[in-house]
Design a protein around this ligand. Structure first.
Ligand code: UDP
Ligand code: MG
Length: 340
């Protein structure tokens, strides 16, 4: 069965204050771009507010809306993956629920894709309104550092806001990893990817769902997912220490032969502390990779869906999921990665 022309995938976590406005602006923009031939997939990532109730209402009122309820909070990147798994469009737009990325850009992004013959149009932030100087500075440093240590060219200052072709999405969906840094994975897929400059707005309502802790975890996923450079830190430090120890050896020998070798608490402590710290750091780095290897080795499903609400016109769902949709909503379905 042929899918719709455009699928819009939105991960949502505690976004009740944004959903109505999001739906209104997305629908308007999508109609301008493709007429009625679109779907909006709202993925509820275990929200603790009334997001899911609102999504069900939207799905009941509007046949363009499909609401997917995850069994718990799986995190932004996995919620997004769930939506991408379920969407059927020839083109796929990824957008945040908080309206920081203006839906009104959709028609222009579609045109740009036609004009450039591109498979991915990724939105690059020219300006970011309403975000702290700290967030902007750390993001800027991070993206530049990341691009230095990875072989994949991950675009600087781009989030997940992007338009993809079906073949780019299918290629993306064939990547099985648990620790997902989606903007990097899309870059890895290749094809023709073109930047699209825009100004990032403020949140429509609510607060950021990315506190420092999540930002750090996200950054670690990005680094470990796309580079093994940190694993080589040990050998770099080791090399420098060899050079340093030759000098130290000379100094020790000098002290021994001139008979002035008793003092030395300071230098001893220095060596112990510096070496200890370096070893702990390197061990920790290895641990990061080992932990991820462990998680990958378990081959757990990426996410669990508990309910789906909405119409299933022309979708690529598996049979038993389609049944769920036909009855509009059945709790307790454990459906994972239905179509890879
Ligand atoms: N989000 C999610 N699960 C989470 C955290 C965030 O689905 O555990 C969604 C959130 O609802 C939003 C998007 O991911 O649509 C980006 O989050 P947010 O706007 O809070 O991040 P920021 O723009 O501040 O980096
Ligand atoms: Mg945001």
């Amino acid at each position: 069965m042929k899918g719709v022309a455009l699928s819009i995938v939105v991960p949502c976590y505690n976004e009740e204050a944004c959903l109505a406005e999001l739906h209104r602006r997305l629908s308007t923009a999508a109609k301008v771009a493709v007429g009625g031939d679109f779907e909006i997939l709202l993925v509820n990532d275990g929200s603790r507010d009334h997001s899911w109730d609102m999504m069900k209402m939207l799905a009941a009122e509007d046949r363009h809306v499909v609401a997917i309820n995850l069994s718990r909070n799986h995190g932004h990147q996995l919620a997004l993956t769930a939506g991408l798994d379920f969407c059927s469009g020839e083109r796929i737009l990824i957008i945040d629920a908080d309206l920081q990325d203006p839906p009104e850009l959709i028609p222009a992004m579609m045109e740009e894709m036609d004009r450039q013959g591109a498979d991915v149009i990724y939105a690059v932030r020219r300006q970011r309104a309403g975000e702290t100087a700290f967030k902007k500075a750390t993001a800027s440093i991070f993206y530049r550092a990341l691009s230095r240590i990875t072989e994949v060219e991950i675009p600087v200052d781009a989030g997940d806001f992007r338009l993809m072709s079906r073949r780019a999405l299918d290629a993306f969906l064939s990547l099985p990893e648990q620790a997902r840094f989606i903007r990097g994975m899309v870059a890895w897929v290749g094809f023709r990817q073109v930047p699209f400059l825009y100004d990032r707005a403020q949140r429509h309502a609510g607060v950021t769902k990315y506190p420092l802790r999540k930002m750090l975890a996200f950054a670690l996923d990005a680094v470990t997912g796309f580079s093994t450079a940190p694993l080589r830190i040990a050998s770099h430090i080791g090399l420098w220490l060899v050079a340093a120890s030759v000098l130290l050896l000379l100094y020790i020998a000098f002290g021994f032969f001139t008979g002035s070798a008793i003092q030395g608490w300071t230098s001893l402590m220095l060596v112990v502390v510096v070496l200890g710290a370096a070893q702990m750091f390197v061990l920790g780095m290895i641990g990061e990779y080992l932990g991820r290897l462990f998680m990958e080795a378990k081959h757990r499903p990426l996410y669990i869906v508990s309910d789906i609400a909405g119409q299933a016109g022309g979708r690529r769902y598996l049979g038993h999921v389609a049944e769920t949709i036909a009855t509009n909503e059945t709790p307790g379905v454990s459906e994972t990665r239905p179509m890879t």
